[in-house]
Ligand binder design. Structure first.
Ligand SMILES: [Zn+2]
Length: 657
C-alpha cells in the first residue's frame, strides 16, 4: 500500500525552532512506522519562500529574495539531517515545476469561475500575510500576532470559498477522522457553519512582487498561501507525473495555528479543481519552554540542534513524542527531558538490552541457546510480545505517547520476567530452563528494537548491533526468529543518564526597573524612607534604609533596580514590597540605576530569570552582586535591562548588599 504524508512548508525567514522540529519528528516517526509496516511511503517536506515578509527580510539582509532563500534553505536541510528526518522529497515554492503548476491551477479555476475579479477592503497583517475584517481585529491589531495592521483597498481576485460551505460540512460529517484531534474538528465545524467568505488570492504586483505571477492578469501576484498549499499536489507532480500515484495524501501534519488553511481552504481548493481529497489533517499543539511562551524578546529561544548536542538525538526525539499527547500543548523543560530519558530509555530499555546481551555472553558463550525447557508461565510472557495491534491502533490515531507507553511496557515486562525467573540462579541449577529464559528474553529485545526503529532509529540500530541482526519490518516482530547458535555482539551502554543542567541562582530573582514616584520619611524610624515606585504595571511601596545617603529630591524621578519578587516584610509597621539595590564602598552608598522603562526586567548575560515564586531575603542575600567600573554584575555576568547596563554613579567598585 502507498502512504503519503506531509509537513507544512516552513517559512524561510527564520532558523528552525522547536515547533519546526516537533512537526518534523512526528511526521518522520509516522513515515518510519508506515515503512516498517511494509508500505510504499512518500514523505514530503520543504520551504515556503514567497511573500512580502520574505521580500522585506531579504531586502534588510541586502539580498535578492531568491538568493536570500537559497542562503536559508541549507539551514533547514542541515537541521533535518541532524534530526534524522527521513523525508523523500524537499520542495521549495520557488521550484520552477511548482510555480508552473500553481499557474495552471489558477488558470483552471479562473476558467471554471471559481476565481473571479473584485475589490478588497480590509486590514492586512504583513507578518501573518493575513487579511482581517473590522470584527476580527483585536483592539485594532492583528488577531493572530497582535501587530499593527494596514487598511488596504485594492483590486484583487477572489476564490469562491463561500460556495463550498455545504460540501465542507458534509466532508467533516462523513469523515470524522478528517480533522484531528476532535477538539479542533469541533472548532472548525462550528466556524464553517457560521458561513464562509470568499478568499482573496492575489495582490497587485505593486504591493507584492515576490510570488508566483498570476496567470490571468499580469498585474497581479498569487497570494502566498494559495501558492504554498498547492505544494501538496505539485510535490507529487500533479496532474500527470509518475509520483502522482501517491495522491491523495494520507496525512497532513501541521501546527494548530494553520488548521483553517488546511481543513477548510485546502479541501475547498481541491473540490474546485476536482482532485481527490486528503484523508486526514492532524493539528498538533505548541510548546512552552520551561513554563513560558517562547519569544525572542524573552531570550528563551530553544534551538533544537543545541538540545541534541546537550542531550543526544534520541533522548530529544523520544521526549517530544512521549511527554505530551499529540494534539495538546506541552512544556519543554530540561528536567522533564532528563526524567523521561533516565526512567524510560536508560532504566527500562537500556538496562534490559545490557542485561540480556551480558547474560548471553556470560552463560551461553555469546550465542543464542536452544529454546530449552519452556514452562507454562513463559506462554504469558511470549504472548505479551504481541503488541502490534495495540501499538498500531495508537499510531493510526497519532497517539504517539500511548504507543510509546505500550512499547516501553514491553521492556519493563521483560525486565520483570528476568527478575522473576532469575537466570543467574538457573545457571547453577538448570541449564535447560536457563536456555528457555535467555531465548525468550533475546526475542523480546529483538522485537523491541523493531518497534523503537520508528521513534529512535539510532538506538534501534545500536540494539541490532548488539544482537547482530539486520533491520526487520514489523511483521518480523513475532516470537521465534532466532536460531540456536546465532552469535550476538558485545553489550554496550545505549543511553547515558542525564542531569538537568544546574540553574544559576539568579534565575529565581525578578529584578525590575522602577521609577521612584514619591519619597516620605518613615514615621517610626530615623534612617528609613517610605518610597512609592512605579513598575509600569502599577505602583508599590518600598521601605528603604537610604535616608543617611540620599535627599528626597535626589531620589524622585530616578529609575532604579528593585527586587520585585522579594517576600513582603513589615519594617517598623509599614509593609515593604521589594527592595532597592545599592552598592557600598568605604561608607559611600550608591543606588543601582537603570536606563530602561519602568517594569523592564533586568537580565544577566546568558541567564533568563524565570522567577515565578517569591524569594526570601536570606536566599537573595546569597547572590554575589557587585559593581565594577560603575557597572553591575552577578558573579562575572553583566546585568542589563532593555539592552542598557545597570549602573552605579556613586560607587565604581563595591559590593551590593
Ligand atoms: Zn499578524
Amino acid at each position: 500500500m502507498k502512504y503519503y504524508l506531509t509537513t507544512p512548508l516552513y517559512y524561510v525567514n527564520d532558523k528552525p525552532h522547536i515547533g519546526h522540529a516537533y512537526t518534523q519528528v512526528a511526521t518522520d516517526v509516522m513515515a518510519r512506522w508506515k515503512r516498517l509496516e511494509g508500505n510504499d511511503v512518500f514523505f514530503l517536506t520543504g520551504t515556503d519562500e514567497h511573500g512580502q515578509k520574505i521580500e522585506r527580510t531579504a531586502q534588510a539582509a541586502g539580498k535578492e529574495p531568491k538568493a536570500f532563500c537559497d542562503s536559508i534553505v541549507p539551514k533547514f536541510k542541515d537541521a533535518w539531517k541532524k534530526l534524522d528526518i527521513s523525508y523523500d522529497h524537499f520542495i521549495r515554492t520557488t521550484d520552477p515545476e511548482h510555480e508552473e503548476r500553481v499557474q495552471s491551477v489558477m488558470q483552471t479555476l479562473f476558467e471554471k469561475g471559481d476565481i473571479y475579479k473584485g475589490t478588497y477592503e480590509g486590514w492586512y497583517c504583513t507578518p501573518c500575510e493575513t487579511y482581517w475584517t473590522d470584527l476580527q481585529l483585536e483592539d485594532g491589531k492583528c488577531a493572530s500576532c497582535g501587530r499593527d495592521v494596514e487598511k488596504l483597498s485594492e483590486e484583487t481576485y477572489y476564490f469562491r470559498l463561500s460556495a463550498y460551505q455545504d460540501r465542507l460540512l458534509k466532508l467533516y460529517e462523513e469523515n470524522p477522522g478528517f480533522i484531528a484531534p476532535d477538539t479542533r474538528r469541533n472548532e472548525v465545524i462550528s466556524r464553517v457553519s457560521e458561513g464562509l467568505r470568499d478568499l482573496s488570492v492575489s495582490r497587485l504586483k505593486s504591493s507584492l512582487s515576490w510570488g508566483v505571477p498570476f496567470p490571468v492578469d499580469d498585474r497581479h501576484t498569487t497570494y502566498v498561501w494559495f501558492d504554498a498549499l498547492l505544494n501538496y499536489i505539485t510535490g507529487v507532480q500533479w496532474p500527470g507525473g509518475e509520483r502522482f500515484k501517491y495522491w491523495p495524501a494520507d496525512l497532513h501534519i501541521i501546527g494548530k495555528d494553520i488548521l483553517w488553511f488546511h481543513a477548510v481552504i485546502w479541501p475547498a481548493m481541491l473540490m474546485a479543481l476536482g482532485v481527490e481529497l486528503p484523508k486526514r489533517v492532524f493539528a498538533h499543539g505548541f510548546w512552552t519552554v520551561e513554563g513560558e511562551k517562547m519569544s525572542k524578546s524573552k531570550g528563551n529561544f530553544l534551538d533544537p540542534l543545541e538540545a541534541i548536542d546537550n542531550y543526544g538525538l534520541d533522548a530529544f526525539r523520544y521526549f517530544l513524542l512521549r511527554e505530551v499527547p499529540f494534539g495538546q500543548d506541552g512544556d519543554y523543560s530540561e528536567s522533564a527531558l532528563a526524567q523521561r530519558n533516565n526512567t524510560e530509555l536508560a532504566d527500562a530499555v537500556g538496562n534490559l538490552v545490557m542485561r540480556v546481551v551480558t547474560l548471553l555472553n556470560k552463560y551461553t558463550e555469546g550465542k543464542i541457546p536452544p529454546r530449552g525447557k519452556q514452562e507454562p508461565g513463559d506462554g504469558n510472557f511470549i504472548q505479551s510480545l504481541s503488541i502490534y495491534e495495540q501499538a498500531s491502533a495508537k499510531m493510526e490515531k497519532q497517539e504517539f505517547d500511548k504507543a510509546l507507553d505500550i512499547i516501553v511496557g514491553l521492556a519493563r515486562n521483560t525486565n520483570k520476567y528476568i527478575q522473576d525467573t532469575k537466570p543467574w540462579v538457573l545457571a547453577k541449577e538448570d541449564t535447560d530452563r536457563l536456555n528457555a529464559v535467555l531465548y525468550n528474553s533475546a526475542e523480546a529485545v529483538r522485537i523491541l528494537a523493531i518497534y523503537l526503529d520508528a521513534f529512535i532509529p539510532d538506538s534501534a540500530a545500536g540494539i541490532r548491533k548488539q544482537l547482530n541482526v539486520k533491520p526487520q519490518l514489523l511483521k518480523g516482530a513475532k516470537y521465534g526468529f532466532f536460531e540456536e547458535g546465532h552469535e550476538v555482539g558485545q553489550a554496550k551502554v545505549l543511553f547515558k543518564k542525564l542531569e538537568a543542567k544546574p540553574r544559576h541562582a539568579f534565575e529565581r530573582v525578578d529584578l525590575r526597573a522602577a521609577r521612584i514616584v514619591s519619597v516620605e520619611d518613615h514615621p517610626e524610624a530615623d534612617k528609613l524612607y517610605v518610597l512609592r515606585v512605579d513598575l509600569g504595571s502599577g505602583q508599590r511601596t518600598i521601605v528603604a534604609g537610604i535616608k543617611p545617603y540620599y535627599e528626597p529630591a535626589e531620589l524622585e524621578g530616578k529609575t532604579v533596580a528593585i527586587v520585585a519578587n522579594l517576600e513582603p516584610a513589615k519594617l517598623r509597621g509599614i509593609l515593604s514590597e521589594g527592595m532597592l539595590l545599592a552598592a557600598e564602598k568605604d561608607g559611600v552608598v550608591g543606588l543601582l540605576s537603570v536606563g530602561a522603562e519602568p517594569g523592564t526586567q533586568v537580565i544577566a548575560e546568558g541567564i533568563r530569570p524565570r522567577a515565578a515564586k517569591k524569594i526570601s531575603f536570606k536566599n537573595f542575600g546569597k547572590l554575589n552582586i557587585s559593581v565594577k567600573g560603575g557597572k553591575a554584575f552577578v558573579d562575572s555576568l553583566a546585568l542589563s535591562a532593555g539592552d542598557k547596563p545597570v549602573t552605579c554613579e556613586r560607587v565604581k567598585d563595591g559590593k551590593v548588599e
